[in-house]
Write a protein that binds this ligand. Structure first.
Ligand SMILES: NC(=O)c1ccc[n+]([C@@H]2O[C@H](COP(=O)([O-])OP(=O)(O)OC[C@H]3O[C@@H](n4cnc5c(N)ncnc54)[C@H](O)[C@@H]3O)[C@@H](O)[C@H]2O)c1
Ligand SMILES: N[C@H](CO)Cc1c[nH]c[nH+]1
Ligand SMILES: [Zn+2]
Length: 437
């Protein structure tokens, strides 16, 4: 864990120290992932089954790659009514938030008589990657599948690894609740390859979305172009801006909620109060002794944890903007006053009673968010990831007479004669039929 004070270190050095933390994470996965993708592309199910046996220790055949309707129903029946109710609360809130994102088509006729517009059209098939290596994420099933469903995608194919054949029944229950149409027990780069290129069992999809580990992220990067992807999500991160009005234990738990995801996860506290910072550090150490995923959380905190002491809360926001975190918590009395200065964050959590963990499960906005400082230019998963736009132009003779000559002039200027003649031939025909025009 790094403890820095911008007064001692200076703003730029404090920022650079954090950046170094963030950029030293790379695993060499490019070549192994390229090999996995090539073998799935070439050998289809045969490679997919062999790789699943190798990485997830699960002997599987083409006939058992997909979960059956009976397996899904049996898994759902194992889940307690309380958990199904919690799942439903989450699903309804996620549905409602994403429904409000639905865009309107555009259509208007301009002064030259051209009718122009844009139609939003859902994808035909989405591939949903649900991580399952170190922990199962039923919440991520909802966050991936519900926006696709709301957007109107008809085919939702989901891949989830089942190490040693073990699947959390809540993952399957969540998939059923969200309207997933196919579920396959495969993970890692091989799952991404199967959804991108297709195999004998898994038909290719149009876009692959969802978080995953370094192999999944690299595979998405490599298949991009052949299929669409949402973004390349790296390890999760949080920046918590807090003042001494917060309970140090609560802030420590917010930091550890991120650290427990992954050894590579990053949790950063920024506060103007140095005594408060030390209380949070002590609380983190105390909680690490009792948390269930203490090995992962301890490794993450030791490696990537950071506590920054700034001159004031505004400097804290300035630093957060430079870090462009996936999650930003504003644990202060007047979070809205700070939020107006926030320019780069995947999702912001405003106020002492609104921790990230609420947003991870039941808030409504998506928890699949831009990591590794990509919030500078990217946004969280939304229904727009599952839709595309077709623009349209419609015009008759009058409109062509008005704007066509400019097209002809520009086409000649570009040396593209067929373009020019395509327009001028029509203009000539119009002139012939209406000689007095
Ligand atoms: N950003 C988000 O919204 C969000 C949500 C949930 C989880 N996450 C992140 O997703 C990640 C999940 O990672 P995970 O590992 O638990 O699950 P995962 O499903 O992403 O990866 C497991 C798969 O990795 C592959 N793999 C493992 N070791 C390999 C190797 N040596 N060579 C080739 N392939 C290998 C295996 O095929 C395995 O099935 C974590 O980093 C977590 O923080 C992010
Ligand atoms: N914090 C993770 C990345 O946004 C999402 C998650 C799932 N379950 C718990 N948390
Ligand atoms: Zn989380």
């Amino acid at each position: 864990m790094k403890r820095l004070n911008t007064r001692d270190a200076g703003f730029e050095s404090a920022f650079n120290a954090l950046l170094t933390n963030r950029e030293e994470q790379g695993q060499e996965v490019t070549t192994p992932v390229a090999n996995i993708l090539a073998s799935v592309r070439k050998e289809g199910d045969t490679a997919l089954c062999a790789l699943t046996e190798r990485f997830d220790r699960l002997p599987v055949t083409p006939a058992t790659l997909a979960f059956t309707a009976q397996e899904i129903a049996e898994a759902t029946a194992q889940v307690s009514p309380e958990l199904l109710e919690a799942l439903d609360v989450a699903a309804r809130r996620i549905e409602s938030f994403h429904q409000k994102q639905l865009p309107s088509d555009m259509r208007y006729t301009d002064a030259e008589g051209m009718t122009l517009g844009m139609r939003w059209i859902p994808l035909d098939a989405a591939g949903l990657y649900v991580p399952g290596g170190k922990a199962a994420y039923p919440s991520s099933v909802l966050m991936n599948a519900i926006p696709a469903k709301v957007a109107g995608v008809s085919r939702l194919a989901m891949c989830v690894p089942t190490p040693d054949g073990v699947i959390n029944p809540l993952v399957l229950a969540a998939a059923a609740r969200a309207g997933v149409t196919e579920i396959y027990r495969v993970g890692g780069a091989q799952a991404v390859g199967a959804m991108a290129y297709g195999t004998q069992t898994i038909r290719p999809v149009d876009r692959i979305v969802g978080p995953g580990n370094a192999y999944v992220a690299e595979a998405k990067r490599q298949v991009f172009g052949h299929v669409g992807i949402d973004s390349i999500a790296g390890p999760s991160d949080v920046v918590v801006i807090a003042d001494s009005g917060s309970d140090p234990r609560v802030i420590a738990l917010d930091l550890l909620a991120q650290a427990e995801h992954d050894e590579l996860a990053q949790a950063t506290l920024i506060t103007p109060d140095s005594a408060f910072a030390d209380k949070v550090i002590a609380a983190v150490d105390a909680e690490l002794k009792v948390l269930s995923r203490t090995a992962i959380a301890s490794a993450s905190w030791a490696r990537n944890g950071a506590v920054l002491i700034t001159r004031d809360l505004l400097e804290a926001v300035e630093l957060a903007n430079r870090l462009a975190p996936e999650h930003l918590e504003l644990m202060v009395d007047d979070p809205e006053a700070l939020f107006v200065h926030v320019r780069h964050a995947g999702a912001a959590f405003l106020g002492r009673f609104c921790p990230e963990a609420v947003g991870d499960y039941v808030g409504g906005p998506n928890h699949v968010l831009p990591t590794s400082r990509t919030a500078r230019f990217a946004s969280g998963l939304s229904i727009y990831d599952f839709m595309k736009r077709t623009t349209f132009l419609s015009g008759g003779p009058d409109a062509l007479r008005r704007i066509g000559p400019s097209a002809v002039a520009l086409a000649h200027a570009e040396g593209l004669q067929a373009h020019a003649f395509s327009v001028s031939a029509r203009l000539d025909a119009l002139a012939e039929h209406t000689p007095n025009a």
